[in-house]
Write a protein that binds this ligand. Structure first.
Ligand code: DAH
Length: 325
């Protein structure tokens, strides 16, 4: 039978087809309009009547077989292709992962975060001021007039427009008093700038945390107690402090606070009762309100907290240092 011969030939060709394109060509050749099987179907009419039905059935069976063989070969080719991918594009799940590079918070940022949390818990608000300050806020408003020798205590970076890079966070006292009035409880953390020689204990760019409390009947007792509580909390121990008389133009009386570390006293911060001139510059009546203020060096506190020996590490950007935090 002709259809069997055609079928044999088709099956052999399909079996050796090596890709989808070849299969498609075979599909056209054996099942298309011009295929020999189709020609056989068309010729059925010329056969004697009793042969037509069996011959037609044979051609249809052959067509179905070709179709099935094409589908099977296509499936086989697909799975061959997939297992080839599995052979080449694999990775070893048992390998240890590449090291994850993780950033570190700077010790100053860590400490500022803790101070922020601590003071907020005591009802202080946190206020930031500008790094570029005018002469009034950095000096005059703080009772440091131009002729006053105390101005020399702050080695100032003057800008060509007459402004300064703030030499301390104290100017934010004036800004906060004017903005929020009394009573007031606030801290002003931030960066300050001094035009001075850098060494292991002095940086030209460092960080302070200023505190200001204004209310009726505020006394130095409130100040000393607050400072002790704050230092104990931040350094995680019951600190021993001493308060010495000091001088700052913006406080009267003024004090210096020392802290006992490994048997010796270290100077830690300046503080005092806010000077009436300063209250007035902030728009607050010194007859009605009193207050205390303090200025804490955050870098110095960080050196103590982590036993760091040189303040210059802070701005070094050195990963060997930073990766320890
Ligand atoms: N502003 C001072 C400084 O930078 C620190 C300071 C001293 C701040 C006494 C205060 C204070 O608020 O009362 O050296």
């Amino acid at each position: 039978m002709q259809s069997d011969a055609i079928l044999d030939e088709a099956l052999r060709a399909i079996e050796v087809a090596s890709n989808e394109d070849e299969l498609q060509q075979l599909r056209v050749r054996y099942l298309g309009r011009k295929s020999p099987l189709t020609a056989l179907l068309r010729g059925l009419g010329q056969l004697p009547k009793e042969e037509r039905a069996p011959a037609g059935a044979a051609v249809n069976r052959a067509k179905q077989s070709v179709e099935q063989a094409l589908d099977e070969r296509a499936a086989a080719l697909r799975s061959e292709k997939e297992s080839a991918i599995a052979d080449t594009e694999w990775f070893d799940l048992s390998l240890p992962p590449p090291p994850r590079l993780q950033g570190h918070r700077h010790p100053i940022t860590i400490l500022e975060g803790e101070l922020d949390h601590l003071f907020r818990g005591m009802g202080y608000r946190v206020v930031e001021g500008p790094w570029v300050e005018d002469e009034f806020h950095n000096f005059d408003g703080l009772n440091i007039p131009e002729s006053h020798p105390a101005r020399d205590s702050w080695d100032t970076f003057w800008l060509s427009d007459g402004n300064v890079l703030r030499t301390h966070t104290s100017p934010v006292q004036i800004r906060a008093m004017r903005r929020f009035g009394a009573p007031l409880r606030a801290i002003f953390p931030g960066r300050v700038f001094r035009n001075e020689a850098v060494d292991a204990t002095h940086e030209a760019v460092f960080n302070q945390l200023e505190g200001l409390v204004i209310d009726k009947h505020i006394t130095p007792g409130h100040l000393f107690h607050s400072i002790n509580a704050i230092l104990s909390e931040i350094l995680n121990e019951d600190v021993t402090t001493r308060f010495r008389p000091g001088f700052f133009p913006f406080t009267e009386p003024s004090f210096e606070c020392d802290i006992l570390r490994d048997g010796s006293w270290m100077e830690l911060c300046g503080m005092g009762m806010v000077h009436p001139h300063v209250l007035r510059a902030g728009g607050i009546d010194p007859e009605e309100y009193t207050g205390f203020a303090f200025g804490l060096g955050i870098d110095r506190l960080a050196l103590m907290r982590w036993g760091i020996d040189d303040i210059r590490w802070m701005n070094s950007g050195d990963l060997r240092f930073l990766e320890q935090f």
